[in-house]
Design a protein around this ligand. Structure first.
Ligand SMILES: Cc1cc2nc3c(=O)[nH]c(=O)nc-3n(C[C@H](O)[C@H](O)[C@H](O)COP(=O)(O)OP(=O)(O)OC[C@H]3O[C@@H](n4cnc5c(N)ncnc54)[C@H](O)[C@@H]3O)c2cc1C
Length: 473
């Protein structure tokens, strides 16, 4: 351990001097615009300027930065694309933001085994564009243009999780730089292994608090022979939710089933220029597979929708129409923002077992009505996961009203056996709910893990875990 002068400014100087000695001078930026761009993610206001931003280009760069930060006790937050929404990337005071967005190589592509290894800064859109010719694709699709390292760190999912799973199911292994700068590899290329603790899963969803991911071994999937998309509108929200529940309960292997309520649909029609649809509660469906299998899924789904008072199916058969539809779905957050461009939008992210979804959404609608706030609803309803996009003004009172509604929604979900976050993660925004969700004993074990892996708490401090008791054994 090097000497550790007490002042944070001295410690930071120590780190920057070490990085310069190690040839990283050109990767350090303290320009005001760069610092500002790394001071916050999306949606949450919790901004703080980092003392410096370091742009990594290799695992060695990340290891050099962490070795120096560990030695000098300087906090460091990994930064992918900054699209996270719970204050995840807000730096600690006098801390460094370590930007991995320049690490964009595909390290290996094993088409015959349906896997690949990529650097952590590659986005999923860039990966899919580069492997298009192989007939393979990577299915996890959060709405933002996120990096695969950031998606590992938040255990991200998206519209296709109902068929393909989340990052948890689609990552085979990782290269991780630990807090000390030591580099380890977890997992491998095989589809299953029963050897040792599952460290890959430990890092997935750890939000940069246990180590920094520099490479990811991903599962790829064959592009389906036939893809078909349809839209069904409903005059009643509960009928749409019931349709989604029954599709899942019947075991129909649907690729996507997404809900937009009437408020969100009106906003999306305006924002994305969707034509031919009414501002009514809507389900977006996608079916994929061999032609006969797709036809069967469609028949079953249509029957369920119609038995729940769905209006007729509108088909998006061409690739262009499907792209337009799913782009509109992915842009739903921006469409909601455009309802009141000067307002702020706070997204909830709760999830419940599918059988409790209708009950949850009915209760949430009552909470929304009582709040007097404007709140579009949308979600990955096939997973039991949805977002209430709370639109509020920029005053402290507006923020307090929105948070009050968010809490009511979260506690409803927890009471139904759910979770306060299906995909966005904890960051700072969900810290207050973790004890209710997991209990003191479980959190004490998580804190013991954190202390072991990052004894000086340099890795994204203040995120994911509220302070409290540490399991002692
Ligand atoms: C419009 C919109 C729609 C969205 N839709 C979805 C959705 O459908 N599903 C969903 O899951 N999310 C969604 N998100 C949230 C966001 O896109 C995800 O959380 C995403 O995984 C964040 O990736 P990122 O690269 O932007 O990470 P960042 O925001 O840069 O970082 C997120 C967290 O990961 C850590 N981190 C980043 N890179 C690494 C690394 N290499 N190693 C270790 N830690 C790292 C950071 O320190 C931070 O704690 C949406 C966001 C927006 C703005």
């Amino acid at each position: 351990m090097t000497d550790c002068p007490s002042s944070p400014a001295d410690r930071l100087d120590g780190v920057l001097a070490t990085l310069r000695e190690n040839g990283l001078a050109a990767r350090i930026s303290t320009s005001p615009s760069v610092l500002e761009a790394h001071s916050h993610g999306e949606a949450m206001d919790a901004a703080r300027l980092p003392a410096a931003v370091v742009f990594a280009e290799s695992t060695d760069d990340v290891a050099t930065v962490l070795r120096a930060c560990h030695a000098h006790r300087v906090p460091v937050v990994a930064f992918g694309a900054g699209t996270s929404v719970e204050g995840h990337v807000t730096p600690a005071e006098h801390g460094i933001s370590l930007d991995l967005s320049g690490m964009t190589d595909i390290v290996e592509l094993n088409a015959e085994d349906l896997d690949c290894r990529v650097q952590a800064g590659l986005t999923r859109q860039a990966l899919n564009a580069q492997i298009r010719d192989t007939g393979l694709f990577f299915p996890v699709d959060p709405g933002g243009e996120a990096t695969l390292g950031g998606m590992c760190a938040t255990r991200a999912s998206g519209t296709a999780a109902v068929r393909y799973g989340t990052m948890k199911e689609n990552v085979l292994g990782l290269t991780v730089v630990l807090a000390t700068g030591e580099v380890i590899r977890t997992g491998g290329r095989v589809r299953k292994s029963s050897t040792g603790y599952d460290l890959t899963s430990l890092f997935i969803g750890s939000e940069g608090t246990l180590g920094i991911v520099t490479e990811v071994q991903l599962r790829l999937h064959g592009r389906p022979e036939t893809i078909s998309a349809a839209v069904c509108q409903f005059s009643n929200l509960n009928d749409a939710v019931q349709t989604a529940i029954e599709i899942i309960q019947c075991g129909i292997p649907i690729s996507r089933v997404e809900l937009l309520d009437d408020v969100q649909m009106a906003a999306s029609i305006r924002y994305s220029g969707l034509t031919g649809y009414e501002p009514l509660t809507t389900l977006f469906f996608e079916f994929a597979g061999a032609p006969a299998a797709v036809a069967e899924q469609v028949t079953q789904t249509e029957a369920i929708a119609l038995s729940n008072n769905g209006l007729s199916f509108a088909w998006a058969d061409t690739a262009e129409e499907r792209t337009r539809l799913w782009k509109a779905r992915h842009d739903a957050f921006w469409a909601a923002k455009a309802i009141e461009p000067t307002a702020r939008v706070i997204s909830t992210d709760c999830i419940v077992p599918i059988s409790r979804l209708a009950e949850l959404i009915a209760g949430v609608r009552e909470d929304i009505a009582r709040s007097g706030l404007r709140v579009p609803l949308l979600g990955h309803v096939g997973d039991g996961n949805f977002h209430a996009l709370i639109i509020t003004d920029h005053t402290p009172e507006g923020y307090a009203r929105a948070l009050d509604l968010d809490r009511k929604i979260v506690f409803r979900a927890l009471a139904l056996g759910g979770s306060c976050s299906g995909e966005h993660g904890v960051g700072m925004g969900k810290l207050e709910f973790l004890e209710t969700e997991h209990g003191d004993g479980t959190l004490s074990v998580m804190r013991a893990l954190k202390n072991t892996m990052d004894p000086h708490h340099i890795l994204n401090p203040g995120k994911l875990l509220p302070p409290g008791r540490v399991y002692q054994g």
